[in-house]
Design a protein around this ligand. Sequence first.
Ligand code: TXA
Ligand code: MG
Length: 345
Amino acid sequence: MEKKETMILGTEPSDIRTAAAMIRDGGLVAFPTETVYGLGADGMNGEAAAKIYEAKGRPSDNPMIVHISSKSDLTKLTESVTPDMATLMEAFWPGPLTMVVPALPDVPRVTTGGLSTVAVRMPNHPVALALIEASGVPIAAPSANASGRPSPTTGMHVLDDLNGRIDAVIMGEPCRIGIESTVVDMTQDPPMILRPGKLTAEDLSRKLGKKVTLDPALLVRPDIHRIGDSLMETDTEFHPKSPGMKYKHYAPKAEMIIFEGEAEKVRLAIAEAKLERAERGEKVGIILYDDSRPEEAAHDFFAQLRAFDKSGVDVIFAAALKEDGVGFAVMNRMFKSAGYHTIQV
Ligand code: TXA
Ligand code: MG
């Protein structure tokens, strides 16, 4: 693709106006949200949205999330707001919740990855909301990383991946949450979580007064092997409902191994493995979070992977977190990053 100058913008009203004009003209602008940075284009303009796939190197059957700045904009994208949609919107918007709903015909199929449903979110971030508002259109935005790389939680991460491939990046603060939104499919009853996030199945179930389900694919660990730099899926039984969940994601350049088991044993096993690798002259990175603070793990995880890549780490050893609450969402990312390579201790 043609190399272009990527404009670096701040968060002043004049910067937002410049960015909004670019979006209206069919350009690509990366911007901060409370979860991760998004790469935005006019979601109602198929040609503009198509450029996102090219800039990221993203498979075009992987649909994007459309971002709105007011709850009432949902009706621009879907025909009717069901009572369950209204309840979740009231409780969690603006916030890290994406709802998959039936798409109106005028939502371009480029944006929805060819599906008849569309994923919608109202982000809880002043810059993102101001940009959408000033653009006057819903903004289609996947995470602003090159396809397969860890999601970006700072403006520098975006530039590392996409400099010269997008029109502008709005450099804001590092993202508060650090992992992407919870995606819930509202086209089935009860709704089903397709991608876990900070808002858990329990959070949604409590508000709805019914038990939200989990895509069964979230509970299996497919057999994935690393071949050279890429991860190859060999398990044909693995069929997640959200297209994005089937791709190899978040992969650091380094080899990555997860240690699972009792905390003290895991620490020892990691220390031993580290010694062994260091003796072979390898550079080792270690990820060890406090199990009782999964929010911190969520906040740091992607940034940590990118930092290890920058410092040329050969292998990353990570201690598994307890898979409940936000820990479940963090482990979903961690397993993918490691290509599910796990050692039980
Ligand atoms: O926090 C977030 O959600 C960030 C920020 C920028 O808002 N965005 C983000 O977008 O993570 P992306 O494109 O990286 O992930 C979107 C996920 C993918 O797994 C995609 O397959 C799924 O949502 N998705 C989008 N539309 C869908 C649909 N109609 N049906 C099922 N899954 C859908
Ligand atoms: Mg993504």
